[in-house]
Design a protein around this ligand. Sequence first.
Ligand SMILES: NC(=O)c1ccc[n+]([C@@H]2O[C@H](COP(=O)([O-])OP(=O)(O)OC[C@H]3O[C@@H](n4cnc5c(N)ncnc54)[C@H](O)[C@@H]3O)[C@@H](O)[C@H]2O)c1
Length: 442
Amino acid sequence: MRAAAGGAAAAGLGSSVIVLNPRLLEARPGPMAANDRIGLGIIGVGMQGSGLLRTALRLPGVECVGAADLYTGRLRLATEIAGDNIFTTRDYRELLARPGLDAVIVATPDHWHARLVKACCEAGKDVYCEKPMSHVAEEGPEMIAVAKKHKRIVQIGSQGISSVVYAKAKEIVASGALGRLTLVESSQGRNSPDGAWQYPVPPDASPRTIDWDTWLGKASRRPFNAIHWARWRCWMDYGTGLAGDLFVHLITGINYIAGTNEPPERAQSTGGIFRFNDGRGVPDTLTTLFTYRQYPVYMRVSQGSYSPTATRFMGTGGVLELSGGGLTFTPQDGKDRSPGSFAMAWPRELREAYVRNWHAENDPKPGQGDVAANSQRYVAPTGYSSLREHFHNFFTSVRTRKAWVEDATFGHNAALGCHLANYSYFNKTIATWDAAANKIRG
Ligand SMILES: NC(=O)c1ccc[n+]([C@@H]2O[C@H](COP(=O)([O-])OP(=O)(O)OC[C@H]3O[C@@H](n4cnc5c(N)ncnc54)[C@H](O)[C@@H]3O)[C@@H](O)[C@H]2O)c1
């Protein structure tokens, strides 16, 4: 068991385990300077938005100005989290007009992201927008342009990449310890109704408590449907399927760790509905092969069979695996462990001489172990929250005016991977991104 700088050794699992030091949030004792206060608003106080609001308000200097949601129950929830005196409204434009508002969380379903990010930027507000950044690929460049034009911070919400574990993984890859990266594989599996987005509908959901027409946004008009409102992920009119919901975190993580900020050159998907044939329009199982310029990526997510979430960076110098809230790096030396098998079919005299020489040259010397035994595991400390770190990065950007890595361009490139995967699945073709025409092509 060993300890490394910046970490403490913990009980080993064969290899040593290092508990990473949390990157300490700035201590801000005493009263905040007036310009350090951040007035925060939120649009969409649902399953994700409510958690975001709770976490964001625990950071120093952050005060909730108000909340917008189209369901009255969620406005009540916002006051339960942030206090009775916050401003609440169904109309996000009223929120954007409130005095003292600096930054806005956008945590609505995907089909509203682009419109709301644009509205926030045009109103001079910085934005924390949930993933995937866009609902369709074409929205991405427009969102980047509007953020630039109004000099706004736009950070996307794949919070995992703000974690110390991802920072460590990035450091290991950048050090060259993996040698030449040859493949990245990433997978996740669920096997339960909740994992398949079959969420319960609140008993008071009705056209009286929900502004359905506004919620539909750019989607085609249809009569009030509480199932669509609660389980919007199941239809491409509002969501982005497994790719936009789950691939996006994996792609974001891979891009961050590998230092990539571009879309894949192409994507080819297969999948289908194998367990949850409940009227949904998106597959419950999706596998995609991505070709990135520097490495291929194999990705799969299933809602029909559980498997732990894992991403493996596979290189000539070893394998780095992210799983179970930590990472394990197992080095490889790429050498033979025994004489070459082809020589076993040589005539005896030649074979025996070769084998003798091979052992003389290659057998481990005393004190030399197998490099794989130097496998190293790093974990985040107990109670660590990458979401808190992600908000810390966001609020630091808001204060310093320097964007953090998951800005709109980064978010667009990650989202493009998802859109290409979906295009390939639905059109049964290999999908590529035509950046000049701002279009996906089959
Ligand atoms: N980063 C993560 O780990 C993570 C996890 C879950 C969800 N998400 C993302 O968060 C977003 C929200 O997901 P969710 O599960 O919380 O959805 P949800 O349906 O639980 O909540 C969305 C809320 O937005 C409201 N809304 C929709 N359009 C609105 C509008 N125009 N104005 C005001 N309110 C509006 C709805 O009424 C609803 O209350 C999605 O983009 C999703 O992909 C991210």
